[in-house]
Design a protein around this ligand. Structure first.
Ligand code: FAD
Ligand code: SF4
Length: 329
């Protein structure tokens, strides 16, 4: 591991200024992604700005929005009373991720900004990786690609965004508040991420000297039902092969509102607008659910290793729509 300077920032303004002063510096939150990548030699920042002492820890309900400090841990958010009552899919996405030890270290900001698990990205001895070395190619397209994406990808990069939480957050129309040296802005998470076919080397719209300070989640109507289904190789401590975050507002047997996020399939946390379009105003039946799932996966781009994900993602979404709606036929 390359030696680096360590600086502990005491307030947010100081942290963004320290980042602005050094274009090669990185910030450190829980460290569960950042330090792994440094130990593997994938990232070699000469300076780490520790942001863990910044006052960005709280979780607070204000009216019909939940404000989550970027440094709240995954476990803290999962244990929050409002999340338990009104945002079950956030709680389920968190508790099905990583392990309890990791969830106590890992922060909400860091979770949304975690890097891909692509094995070729994480191995600096592999020369071909457009994300690490723009223009070098993509080893995964011809390689082992089981944990890769099929939506928002091309032969340039098929890296998956592996966050479970982000899938629930995009479905809920959450926004991130961002602070720079002399700027503050709010970006919907549906517009925050970039796809790998657009820009393998750039994953989101965050600038170098900007921090996520807070995530705001609008609370869905009290009558909404929601949940997160994660399909994976083993029952714990594993990333998703596919997942579905589903929120429905029902009126008898008719779907009045549908919000769908898909995980395990997109180079960014995937908001399934096509499925929502099919579901809204339609009768809640398995035939409708299958149409919605088919519409979402229609534009999938696969390589041999990822082809299984298309039918699996369809089945995952249909099953979760059945579970949340209570309709099995
Ligand atoms: P760090 O590692 O400190 O930072 C991650 C990145 O975000 C860095 O680039 C850092 O500079 C940047 N950053 C952090 N905070 C901010 C901020 N506020 N503003 C700007 N930049 C920031 N995740 C899942 O969703 N599901 C899983 O099943 C899952 N399983 C895992 C299993 C293992 C073995 C491991 C190691 C991780 C797993 N994860 C999983 C990922 C884990 O959730 C993330 O590593 C964690 O959430 C990152 O948070 P952190 O605070 O440790 O971030
Ligand atoms: Fe690199 Fe993306 Fe290809 Fe993985 S999928 S090797 S991250 S270019």
């Amino acid at each position: 591991m390359r030696a680096f300077d360590y600086v502990r920032a005491t307030n947010t303004q100081e942290a963004v200024q320290l980042l602005a002063d050094d274009p090669a510096a990185s910030c450190l939150a829980g460290g569960t992604t950042q330090l792994d990548l440094m130990k593997d030699g994938v990232l070699e920042p000469p300076r780490l700005i520790d942001i863990t002492r910044l006052p960005l820890h709280g979780i607070e309900r204000r009216g019909d929005r939940l404000h989550v400090g970027a440094l709240a841990s995954m476990e803290e958010l999962a244990a929050d009373a409002t999340v338990a009552q009104r945002l079950p899919m956030v709680r389920e996405s968190l508790l099905q991720g990583a392990s309890v030890q990791l969830r106590n270290m890992a922060t909400i900001g860091g979770n949304l900004l975690q890097r891909t698990r692509c094995r070729y990205f994480r191995d600096p001895t592999v020369a071909e990786c457009n994300k690490r070395a723009p223009g070098s190619g993509c080893a995964a397209v011809q390689g082992v690609a089981r944990m890769h994406a099929v939506l928002g990808v091309s032969e340039r990069c098929i890296a998956l965004h592996a966050s479970d939480l982000a899938v629930a957050m995009v479905a809920l129309d959450a926004v991130v508040n961002i602070q720079g040296v002399s700027t503050r802005r709010t970006v919907p998470l549906t517009e925050f991420y970039l796809t790998a076919d657009e820009s393998p080397e750039r994953e989101n719209v965050l600038e170098h000297a900007e921090l996520i300070t807070e995530v705001e989640i609008p609370l869905p109507p009290p009558t909404a039902r929601s949940g997160y289904l994660k399909v994976r190789e083993r029952a714990s401590y594993e990333f998703a092969l596919t997942s579905a975050a589903v929120l429905l507002v029902m009126d008898g047997g008719t779907i009045r509102q549908a919000r769908i996020g898909l995980g395990g399939v997109g180079s960014k946390p995937w908001r399934a607008y096509e499925a929502e379009h099919v579901l809204t105003g339609a009768p809640a039946t398995t035939a409708t659910f299958q149409d919605a799932a088919g519409a979402t996966m229609r534009d999938a781009w696969t390589v041999p290793g990822t082809a299984f994900k298309v039918p699996l993602a369809r089945r995952t979404l249909v099953r979760q729509l059945q579970t949340v709606s209570g309709v099995q036929e």
